[in-house]
Design a protein around this ligand. Structure first.
Ligand SMILES: Nc1ncnc2c1ncn2[C@@H]1O[C@H](COP(=O)(O)OP(=O)(O)OP(=O)(O)O)[C@@H](O)[C@H]1O
Length: 414
């Protein structure tokens, strides 16, 4: 039923992958007759589930070649991939947007495309609900860099656990077995000032870290290790970020932390000299100094994250959306917030666009009309109209595995 209902142009689209040299051993050829007997066989990676797939084609291909009859991509503007690839300096790309619009698929497809174009690349997920493993059809959990199979050029992926990062922060705030900021303030001889500083909400900040902090810490951790000499070779770092709300909080966080921790540090420095003699008598000074050093470090790391986001030379934030009123409205708000934070944004990917239907499917026609209205909305939205609008079609199979990501990448990143 499903294929008949889909627009012709989509059902003629081909996604066909061939296994790379190093993964061929466990590949097999399976007929795709379960879904549509007219379709071509697809590769299946028996160790990891489906790897990828094809839709109808004009002639039956040989095992190592195929011909696509038509790929109807409603792309209106091109991403300028040649420019993206030409830059030899290291570049960071952040992909963000509303939940479920295709951020991971777009980030992973960009990573594959960069790697295939000769850029050793790292793709990182800082979204607490990771889906990079699902997208690559490969287990990438474990918090370390994992080489992505099925590519000839180096592509590494990392799902960083923001919960762990948050734990680290909690430990920093509660070192010396204290109960967070209260002890910390007391230890600094600032107990009497704690109330006056109430408006800074430091207790909440340290004992219940604000949303976005986990992701900010995760990003700063990635920055730390990619700056190490052994990672110099990676010229493209792609972040698959958490949905909009998190990103916005993350962006306002460095300022907030900077202000809050900065004030504490200034006060601490003023009073530390007066209290240190007394504290050292009780043997507490060293541990508390350690706690304050950690906070100072955290503050520095947050400032680095903010700088990375705002660096027009090295960074680009790409918004991903789908053509629905809700997603477009959210993208518009996201863009406004990014502008306010001076984050460079040039491109908007409009994902899952239905091409015109050649069938008489009413559902498809109504859905497409709806999408066209949302596209109009984008073109008239003062926040979004100036961006390069890149359309990507809705395909009738899940974007999963390197060949599928390569296929999607070739559509989006031109
Ligand atoms: N152009 C497309 N055509 C068909 N399916 C797509 C397309 N883009 C993404 N998908 C599918 O939509 C689902 C969600 O995509 P993805 O995980 O990339 O979104 P996300 O924005 O990262 O989600 P989350 O916010 O939950 O992390 C996946 O099943 C993916 O395969």
């Amino acid at each position: 039923m499903a294929p008949r209902c889909l627009p012709t142009s989509i059902s003629r689209m081909s996604i066909y992958g061939f296994p790379s040299r190093n993964s061929i051993s466990h590949m097999g050829l399976f007929p795709d007759t379960l879904r549509n007997p007219n379709r071509l066989p697809f590769w299946r990676d028996s160790s990891r589930g489906f790897s990828f797939i094809s839709l109808p084609i004009t002639r039956r291909p040989s095992r190592h070649s195929f011909q696509v009859r038509s790929i109807a991509t409603p792309t209106e503007a091109v991403a300028g991939f040649d420019e993206m690839v030409a830059e030899t300096q290291r570049k960071y790309y952040m992909l963000g947007g509303k939940g479920g619009v295709g951020k991971t698929s777009c980030a992973a497809s960009l990573a594959v495309k960069f790697a295939n174009s000769g850029h050793p690349t790292i793709v990182v997920s800082t979204d607490p609900a990771h889906s990079l493993s699902d997208s690559f059809a490969q287990d990438l959990t474990g918090g370390t860099l994992v080489p992505v199979d099925g590519l000839d050029s180096p592509l590494f992926a990392l799902e960083i656990n923001p919960e762990k990062a948050k734990e680290e922060f909690r430990n920093a705030s509660q070192s010396n077995g204290g109960t967070g900021v209260k002890d910390f303030m007391d230890s600094m001889g600032l107990g009497m000032l704690a109330e006056q500083l109430g408006e800074l909400k430091l207790g909440e900040l340290l004992d219940t870290p604000p949303p976005g902090l986990d992701e900010a810490i995760a990003i700063s951790k990635v920055m730390q290790f990619v700056e190490a000499p052994e990672y110099n070779m990676f010229s493209r770092i792609i972040f698959d970020t958490a949905p909009t709300g998190h990103t916005l909080r993350l962006l306002s966080l460095p300022d907030f932390l900077d202000k809050s921790i900065g004030k504490i540090m200034t006060l601490r420095k003023k009073i530390a000299s007066a209290t240190s003699a007394i504290k050292s008598v009780f043997g507490q000074e060293e541990a508390r100094q350690d706690a304050s050093d950690k906070l100072e470090k955290l503050r520095e790391r947050m400032i680095k994250v903010r700088e990375l986001f705002r660096n027009t030379e090295s960074t680009e934030f790409i918004i991903v959306t789908i053509p629905t009123v809700m997603a477009v409205s959210e993208s518009s708000r996201l863009h406004a917030s990014l502008m306010k934070e001076s984050v460079p944004v040039k491109k908007l990917i409009i994902n899952q666009v239905l091409p015109p239907s050649a069938s008489d499917c009413k559902f498809c026609a109504v859905k497409r009309k709806d999408q066209m209205r949302a596209l109009d909305m984008i073109k008239n939205d003062p926040e979004l109209m100036s961006l390069t609008l890149i359309q990507a079609p809705l395909v009738d199979v899940e974007i999963r595995g390197v060949p599928a990501l390569r296929f999607l990448g070739d559509i989006i990143w031109k």
